[in-house]
Design a protein around this ligand. Structure first.
Ligand SMILES: *[C@@H]1O[C@H](CO)[C@@H](O)[C@H](O)[C@H]1NC(C)=O
Ligand SMILES: *[C@@H]1O[C@H](CO)[C@@H](O)[C@H](O)[C@H]1NC(C)=O
Length: 517
């Protein structure tokens, strides 16, 4: 018998989650499939064998359960999952309505009389708080960006919206604090914002000040006036803020801060700008640098991007970036181009399949902005990306060799006509399409890095030029993006460099001839 999760309630007991299996001698080393999740009531100090069975579902051995007791001790709420997708059924059991309490189920095979509130796997439902029978949930039911809804369990036909879905921002969390306040966290334009709202009406009371960054934890209780907020950003590996919600204007005071020796975050700044791409779509970009740098076009600059598979590049701390800014006066930029999940599924789709060119146009627009707004010049601008981002880099230097001084492409997907034939490549056809289909072949051949290497005089633009200095990185045991992608691109590029460069370079060295202009 293995015990999985334990959590505390107001009475001295636990609900335990058991997976039952034969034999216990090899506990912790077993590899048998885990089936038949069950929930038990455990009295502190008693033997586990005396636990009281609360719930099981032998007809659905793969279901897994999460149960919690509401803060007022009135209800047990049961969430049922069928896999890793965060959608759940939701049942409840009113503890006070059990004639002999949970103890009454001791020694019986009876399950607690859970009442079904949600009995399908359409959406996610999470309890935010309850006042007696009146429950507030966070859900994505008919609200892909999430919303808060309220229902009375004694009258489950009527649901009302407390905080309707926002048109653009994703509701990431909601907690009840200071008795009747709601602390909500939204992902808004790729960064978190915190708001204090009225729990009853959902109306905004305060916007809590937060720099550009990500909230990674909120620790609070309904009965407490204070909350603790864990925060990280480009400039901070971790700050815990303490905030007193009872004061007229709640202030975010630093409670603990992880400091990095030799790094003073107050000497640096992060801006967020929105750059119109080729089709006018505004692309967010973070720009990190020393404070008050002069915009004279002189700064070495690193522009990083990804743009695929619904992956969002949110603010996070990187020692490597800090060293570039602090010790080498770099400007470091993150472009949140289309293909990522920064604004949900639409943003992802707008940079996938037939729309993949948008990723490169967005990235080029960001690079052009850094030059036109005089952060840097082409010569001092380096671009970097890995995997799908390696493809981004290689396609960008093919399309705009004039725009960059240097390029770093890690483990890139470079052969867009054949990627699906190797290891896990077939899984990427959801983002790229597949050259086996004629229509999709035409999308891919247009930007496939391997098939678009051009000599300067073959380039489509008027100002023919050499490629920027480029480093291709691959890994000889990479079974995701197999090394042949980078090796083939390298081989093709080499073929295009006349062998004469080697012959005459050797000769010049032997004869002591030097480059004079
Ligand atoms: C809610 O989100 C989950 C996980 O992303 C998703 O599978 C489900 O389809 C969504 N439900 C609705 C109704 O949008
Ligand atoms: C996209 O990513 C977000 C955030 O990780 C996730 O909630 C959402 O379910 C993902 N959507 C799809 C279609 O995978």
């Amino acid at each position: 018998m293995t015990t999985k999760v334990v959590w505390n309630v107001t009475i001295p007991c636990f609900l335990l989650f058991h997976f039952f299996r034969e034999g216990e001698l090899d506990a912790g080393t077993e590899t048998n499939i885990n089936l038949n999740h069950q929930i038990y009531y455990h009295v502190m100090g008693s033997d586990q064998s005396e636990d009281i069975l609360c719930w099981k579902d032998p007809e659905h051995p793969k279901y897994s359960f999460g149960a919690s007791v509401t803060e007022d001790g009135k209800y047990i709420v049961l969430s049922i999952y069928e896999g890793c997708d965060p959608v759940n059924k939701l049942y409840h059991c009113e503890i006070s309505s059990l004639p002999r309490g949970i103890e009454g189920f001791r020694g019986t095979e009876e399950l607690l009389p859970f009442v079904k509130l949600i009995d399908n796997f359409d959406a996610q439902y999470e309890v935010v708080a309850n006042d007696g029978d009146e429950f507030t949930f966070s859900t994505n039911k008919s609200a892909p960006k999430n919303k808060l809804v309220r229902v009375n369990l004694k009258n489950p036909e009527f649901w009302t919206d407390v905080l309707p879905e926002h048109e653009k921002d994703v509701l990431e969390s909601a907690d009840v604090v200071n008795n009747n306040h709601l602390l909500v966290c939204y992902m808004s334009d790729v960064k978190h914002v915190l708001q204090l709202r009225d729990f009853g009406t959902g109306n905004l009371i305060h916007q809590l000040p937060l720099e550009i960054g990500s909230v990674f934890e909120i620790s609070c209780r309904r009965e407490d006036k204070e909350v603790f907020i864990g925060f990280t950003s480009f400039l901070s590996p971790g700050i815990i803020y303490r905030c007193n919600l009872a004061s007229t204007i709640p202030e975010m005071k630093v409670f603990r801060e992880t400091s990095v020796p030799g790094f003073d975050r107050t000497r640096f700044q992060v801006r967020q700008v929105f750059i119109p791409s080729k089709d006018g779509t505004k692309i967010p970009m973070f720009i990190m640098s020393k404070k008050d740098i002069k915009l004279d076009g002189s700064h070495p600059t690193l522009l990083y991007g990804y743009g695929g598979f619904n992956i969002s590049l949110t603010p996070s701390f990187s020692v490597g970036r800090v060293v570039l800014c602090k010790n080498m006066d770099f400007v470091v930029c993150i472009a949140n181009i289309r293909g990522g999940g920064e604004y949900g599924e639409e943003w992802h789709k707008a940079g996938a399949l037939a729309m993949k060119q948008n990723c490169f146009d967005d990235f080029v627009a960001c690079a052009e902005y850094l030059i036109s707004d005089r952060y840097t010049s082409s010569k001092q601008l380096c671009i970097e990306g890995g995997s799908n981002g390696g493809l981004l880099i290689a396609a960008s230097i093919n399309q705009r060799p004039d725009l960059f001084g240097c390029a770093l492409a890690h483990v890139g997907v470079m052969d867009m006509l054949r990627f699906h034939k190797f290891t896990i490549g077939h899984a990427w056809t959801t983002d790229y399409g597949c050259s086996d289909k004629e229509e999709e072949f035409h999308w891919l051949i247009k930007y496939s890095p391997l098939h678009n290497v051009r000599r300067p005089w073959e380039q489509s633009s008027d100002n023919h030029c050499q490629y920027p200095a480029t480093m291709l990185l691959t890994a000889d045991h990479d079974d995701r993006v197999v090394p042949l992608h980078s090796l083939k691109l390298l081989a093709v590029s080499y073929i295009y460099i006349d062998e004469a460069a080697d012959r005459y370079g050797f000769m010049a060295k032997m004869l002591g001839a030097s480059w004079t202009e």
